[in-house]
Every structure is written in structure tokens, then in C-alpha cells.
Design a protein around this ligand. Sequence first.
Ligand code: 5GP
Ligand code: ZN
Length: 113
Amino acid sequence: MSECIFCKIVNGEIPSSKVFENEHVVAFMDISQVTKGHTLVIPKVHKENLYELTPEIAKNIFEVVPTIANALKTEFEPVGLNLVNNNGEKAGQTVFHFHVHLIPRYGKGDGFG
Ligand code: 5GP
Ligand code: ZN
């Protein structure tokens, strides 16, 4: 059994608010919403960080990002969006299963940046 929290989300061992899923990728709401609609996109396969991704896994992730961004745009009507990825503890990574943050932006004082 994996101890990885995101593997547990992939396996349905812990609940999450999923916004997208296909054979390779899951996207779900971040438990700690830095702004409304803050979403994480992860590969179903456990890879610790960017350095471990194969081109195929990278393709699987990034090909769905525009679809998810557009869904968030429709749902939450932000004025912008940041795509964020932290690799390594010193870079702010706290969960060591690769993930991309989609952070919708609402203007000055929206809680991020
Ligand atoms: P990092 O700091 O590694 O780039 O981002 C990890 C993110 O995972 C954080 O924004 C944190 O709020 C989120 N997170 C940690 N544990 C859980 C969880 O159990 N469920 C969800 N949905 N998000 C989580
Ligand atoms: Zn994992």
C-alpha cells in the first residue's frame, strides 16, 4: 500500500473533489484553496517530481490542462490563472507526487502572489 496521499486519491482511498479524470490523469480541488477553484492535476502513476516524468507522462498531463483551465474559467469567471509547479522541498514542494497547480486569479488581494 502506498503511503502517498495523492496515490490514495488516485485509488479512491481518500476522498477528493474531482474535476477531471481520464486513463492517465486526475484533477481535483486543492484541500487548501489559495483562491476559489484552486485545482491540482496529477498523473495516476506515482512520480515524485518533474525530473522523473517521461515525455509521455508530461504529455498526458499538459494536454488536459487547457481543458481544465477552460472549465475553471467557465465555472468561476476568474480574470487570470497561474500554472504553478514546485519541485523539491526548497522550492515549496510538500507532496512528493508530481502535480501542477491551476490557480484562478481574481485581481488584487485574491490571496495568491
Ligand atoms: P505543493 O506544496 O507540494 O506544491 O502542493 C501540495 C498541495 O497539496 C497543497 O496545496 C495542499 O493544500 C494540497 N494537499 C495536501 N494534502 C491534500 C489532500 O489530502 N487533498 C487535497 N485535495 N489536497 C491536498
Ligand atoms: Zn503518489
